[in-house]
Design a protein around this ligand. Structure first.
Ligand SMILES: Cc1cc2nc3c(=O)[nH]c(=O)nc-3n(C[C@H](O)[C@H](O)[C@H](O)COP(=O)(O)O)c2cc1C
Length: 212
């Protein structure tokens, strides 16, 4: 049993999330709870609801040993976390439209007519997008779910660190994914903090926002 405490209050979830780089390595996260957190994170919005995010949960000692040389500047997180979530964007995301829209029809969220119209109008468009545009699209959607996952993890009482410093050329192949299809987005280490994350400041809204 872990001593991880869930957090109900959204302001507390938001304000207590910090990048944590050292974890209590005795804390394990069950597959059931990791699945629940991924399901909750998957409520994130995505372009045409096509959900192009794909994940590898790196939790076994063997998988972590494989990740370590690919994340040389972030070894503490890999070594001490309960798991590292590798987030990818799937460039073949239009292939899932039929399945997603059919499920929506079965659930009563969409009529058959709307499904047929959408498939007829969106699919040729999506399939004709140049790879750079698809790449842009999956990076946005997978970025949204990554943030949502970090907040969900915090609400479950865990700490995280988004990690961009890793070998993006080799990550997909190392974990058995097709690198032509799977765009690396980020790694997210997750566990229970052993050392608190350090406070960080933000630019004021006045510096980042124009009002018209
Ligand atoms: C896309 C992205 C990549 C990041 N890469 C790393 C990284 O490689 N190593 C690391 O220690 N932190 C990394 N960070 C964490 C940032 O340093 C951290 O979010 C920022 O300093 C603000 O601190 P906070 O997360 O505690 O609020 C990354 C954050 C993001 C969003």
């Amino acid at each position: 049993m872990s001593s991880v405490q869930k957090i109900q209050d959204f302001q507390e979830v938001l304000k207590s999330r910090r990048s944590v780089r050292y974890y209590d390595s005795s804390v394990k996260i069950s597959r059931e709870e990791m699945t629940q957190m991924l399901e909750e994170a998957s409520l994130a919005p995505s372009s045409v609801n096509l959900q192009p995010w794909r994940f590898v949960v790196i939790e076994s000692p063997e998988a972590k040993a494989k990740l370590l040389p690919l994340a040389k500047f972030n070894t503490n997180q890999v070594e001490t976390s309960s798991a590292v979530l590798a987030v990818f964007g799937d460039l073949n995301f239009p292939d899932y439209a039929e399945e997603i829209f059919s499920d929506a029809v079965k659930l009563g969220y969409m009529s058959q007519e709307v499904k047929d119209q959408r498939l007829a109008s969106y699919l040729p468009l999506l399939n004709s997008l140049p790879v750079e545009k698809r790449r842009d699209s999956v990076l946005i959607d997978a970025g949204l779910i990554s943030m949502q996952f970090m907040l969900v993890a915090r609400a479950h009482g865990y700490d995280t660190n988004p990690i961009g410093g890793y070998n993006k050329e080799q990550i997909a192949e190392a974990f058995g994914l097709d690198p032509e299809r799977h765009v690396p987005v980020m790694l997210i280490s997750i566990g229970k903090a052993d050392k608190a994350g350090h406070p960080s400041n933000r630019l004021s809204v006045a510096r980042t926002t124009e009002w018209r």
